[in-house]
Design a protein around this ligand. Structure first.
Ligand SMILES: Cc1ncc(COP(=O)(O)O)c(C=O)c1O
Length: 439
């Protein structure tokens, strides 16, 4: 029997009896289970489905006859390829594929050396993931008020809320529309504050010639199933251009396991992270090869997906712009290229004689889905239980209160047929007309 190298993570040299990375390899039944999951039978075609599935099974069995099953299922070549593709697309230096964006935030916070008592400024309205790590370790989250046009963080309010204890600023590109990053970066650089971009919605968006997510010290993207493209369900990517942290990203992702160094009589060392404040502890947010395969494949369609979303958004905006009481979101410009993850529709309650709560109910009654998606985080029980005072914080975030209670919702953009988009526009306009007429 010829000797061959093990494909396990440790180099054990050539062996007649090598150690395989994968214990039980995926077989015909496993692959069929995945295919049956990904392609479900249609209610009216159950019999045809069963027959064709059998044909697929036969074809797959014959394919396996001439192929071998995947011999590496996590953190392998496909993950590396994906990371290289991300760096190329975003023109950034370092990227790692992770379980999800939340894992990326955690790694970035760890590299920043965030400690209990530090302050982190984030926008009042975002998803709770943005601040889970600061809350978990007892850092203080400070909520910045919003730009009423975009519902993104307002740089002027960030400036007002910076203190000597501010360690990080976390802009969130809500719906894929870029935060005004120049003033945020200026504030941060003047005071040696680190910036983590929550770019969960913003993969493939641009701000003044730079990819969203690559402007701060760190940026994390989400590839959860609801995003513009996904890593077949869950996934995240953390990027940085910082040479202090970039080369350590994969150590941070997988328990600090360092095969480039060994302790005596052992295969590897476990390295501390060199953070901005001395040694730090790594975590485990490893991603699978299947996630990378799925994401690489969908990345090839990213530009088309964004273009289709943009087309629908532009159509809605063109229909809404002349309608009194409707306030469409800002669109693309030379410098600003959103990803159109969400379509932010606002109403002017004074013109309509009704606020967004009434508007949303009317739209729902007419069969148009619309969801505001994000609420001011200080309203949640978790924050109350940790001692955050709702009324005191709300009084420092008047725009967040106003837009959340009275002005904004999100409309779906994709995948919709032209007919669905047109119907949605008609019904939104009709609702505005009815409310203005006092009906
Ligand atoms: C604004 C925002 N940040 C972070 C996340 C978390 O992303 P993930 O589910 O990949 O951890 C989401 C997810 O929807 C989000 O909407």
């Amino acid at each position: 029997m010829p000797a061959r190298a093990s494909d396990f993570r440790y180099s054990t040299g050539d062996a007649v009896v090598p150690w395989a990375a994968v214990g039980e390899a995926p077989n015909l039944d496993d692959v069929m289970a995945v295919i049956e999951f990904l392609v479900r039978p249609r209610d009216d075609r159950q019999a045809d489905y069963a027959a064709r599935l059998e044909q697929v099974r036969t074809a797959l069995a014959s394919l396996l006859d001439v192929g071998t099953p995947a011999s590496k299922l996590t953190l392998g070549q496909r993950v590396k390829e994906l990371e290289a593709a991300v760096c190329e697309k975003l023109k950034c230096k370092y990227a790692v594929l992770l379980t999800n964006a939340t894992g990326g935030f955690e790694i970035a916070y760890r590299f920043a050396g965030l400690r209990p008592g530090d302050e982190v400024i984030c926008p009042a309205i975002t998803f709770i993931s943005t601040i889970l790590y600061p809350l978990a370790i007892g850092a203080k989250v400070v909520f910045a008020d919003l730009d009423p046009r975009t519902i993104n963080m307002d740089p002027d309010d960030v400036a007002r809320k910076i203190t000597d204890r501010t360690r990080m600023i976390v802009p969130v590109h809500i719906g894929g529309y870029p935060v005004d990053m120049d003033p945020i970066m200026e504030l941060a650089r003047e005071r040696d504050i680190m910036v983590l971009e929550d770019a969960a919605h913003a993969f493939g968006g641009w701000y003044k010639g730079r990819a969203i997510g690559t402007i701060g010290d760190f940026g994390a993207f989400s590839f959860h199933e609801v995003k513009n493209i996904s890593a077949l369900g869950e996934g995240g990517v953390l990027v940085t251009n910082d040479d202090r942290f970039g080369p350590q990203l994969s150590l941070a992702r997988f328990v600090g396991l360092d095969l480039s160094k060994q302790i005596p009589n052992w295969l590897y060392d476990v390295s501390a992270l060199e953070t901005a404040r001395g040694p730090g502890v790594p975590c485990n947010h490893s991603a699978t090869e299947i996630q990378a395969v799925g994401l690489l494949s969908q990345m090839r369609r990213l530009d088309e997906v964004i273009a289709a979303r943009r087309r629908n958004a532009e159509y809605l905006t063109q229909r809404f712009s002349e309608v009194p009481g409707l306030v469409p979101p800002p669109g693309d410009t030379e410098e600003i290229k959103p990803t159109w993850h969400l379509y932010l529709l606002q109403v002017d309650p004074d013109v309509l004689g009704a606020d967004i709560q009434v508007f949303k109910t009317r739209l729902t009654e007419k069969g148009v889905t619309n969801i505001p998606h994000f609420a001011p985080l200080y309203k949640f029980e978790l924050l109350q239980r940790l001692g955050y005072d709702h009324d005191a914080i709300a009084s420092t975030c008047p725009v967040a209160e106003e837009v959340f209670n009275r002005r904004f919702t999100h409309l779906p953009l994709y995948p919709l047929t032209d007919e669905q988009v047109e119907t949605m526009a008609d019904l939104v306009i009709q609702t505005a007309r009815e409310l203005r007429a006092g009906e």
